[in-house]
Write a protein that binds this ligand. Structure first.
Ligand SMILES: Nc1ncnc2c1ncn2[C@@H]1O[C@H](COP(=O)(O)OP(=O)(O)OP(=O)(O)O)[C@@H](O)[C@H]1O
Length: 310
């Protein structure tokens, strides 16, 4: 049975008469990692703050495991772990000291604090770092400490706002792996402006643009959009485009600067086999044929453009 952990309904936030977030609704199930994707200024942080009870919505509601954030904020917040965009770290403390304080703030009972700190450190790859001052850690390790404080009370829902910003590629890879692992036991909402990050880490994605949701679906649907209806074809003795257009299903042919041909085909049509047969029969010198994927960036532009045009 799927357990709904987060239910957001028509979340709206108005700043000085301007809607920073408008009518954002979604549900999140146990174990899912949801990507909350959007360019800078789209309204991600504002949404994260409303979801975590740090900012009151102008309209709409949030329920965490069925508990209403406005009616029962204490109970609802206890089920959430939150890493804000600016991690709340006491840099002059050691990792152990800081995590012990975070545990107490999250109401972990005195006798369980030590164990909670140990488990959070283990899960975040910080076991060897307990005695180190936070200010002396690399940014990647500081971010791990930020995630460790978010999961110290073993919350149902973990909300991470742009957790990989400012990290180097290795640190980014490590943090993404850690987020994936968290998804097994917790529900995770990952706010990010990086499309490949969502593809690597998330099961589901929501795209927010100018405060409104423009896409809400499984990561597979987003990936399918990337495949589009295009093939990249290399022919060393390419015929005139008209010859290729005679192949059933092919709707257009474009020669790219690299010499490759971008062949578009009708929705559902798969002319690759016919094209290969024709190339062999007519000695066109076929040396490459593969799907021409739309980048996630292109998909994003298409989705946000559709929204603007609507
Ligand atoms: N306290 C505030 N007062 C007025 N406007 C605000 C406030 N906080 C955010 N905004 C505006 O609301 C919009 C959404 O901001 P938000 O920080 O939620 O976006 P974001 O997607 O998280 O972007 P970023 O990744 O750059 O933080 C922006 O236009 C921002 O300028």
């Amino acid at each position: 049975m799927t357990t709904v952990t987060v239910e957001a309904r028509e979340l709206t936030r108005i700043y000085g008469g301007r809607e920073a977030v408008r009518d954002v609704s979604f549900t999140l199930n146990k174990g899912e990692v949801l990507g909350f994707l959007g360019p800078n200024g789209a309204g991600k942080s504002t949404s994260m703050k409303m979801l975590t009870g740090n900012l009151a919505p102008s309209k709409g509601s949030v329920k965490i495991c069925g508990i209403d954030m406005i009616e029962n904020p204490k109970e609802a917040k206890a089920l959430i772990g939150y890493l804000p965009e600016q991690p709340p770290l006491y840099r002059e403390l050691t990792v152990d000291e800081f995590l012990a304080i975070a545990a107490r703030l999250h109401r972990v009972s005195g006798s369980h604090v030590k164990k909670a700190v140990r488990i959070a450190k283990e899960r975040c790859g910080l076991t060897e770092m307990g005695g180190r001052l936070i200010e002396n850690l690399s940014k990647g390790y500081q971010q791990r400490v930020g995630i460790a404080q978010a999961i110290i009370h073993n919350p149902m829902v973990v909300i991470l706002d742009e957790p990989t910003v400012g990290l180097d590629p290795i640190q980014i890879r490590d943090i993404r792996n850690l987020i994936k692992e968290l998804g097994g036991e917790h529900s995770v909402i990952l706010s990010t402006h990086i499309l490949p990050e969502v593809e690597m880490v998330c099961d589901r994605v929501q795209i927010i643009h100018k405060g409104q949701m423009v896409f809400n679906g499984s990561i597979d649907i987003l990936k399918q959009q990337r495949h589009g209806n295009r093939l990249l074809v290399g022919l060393s003795r390419a015929p005139a485009n008209e010859e290729l257009l005679k192949i059933p299903g092919i709707t257009s042919v474009e020669t790219l600067p690299s010499g490759l041909l971008r062949v578009r085909h009708a929705e559902g049509g798969a002319p690759a086999e016919l094209l290969v047969q024709a190339a062999v029969n007519q000695n066109w010198g076929l040396y490459q044929i593969n799907p021409d994927q739309t980048s996630l960036e292109e998909v994003f532009v298409q989705l946000t453009f559709q929204e603007q045009a609507a």
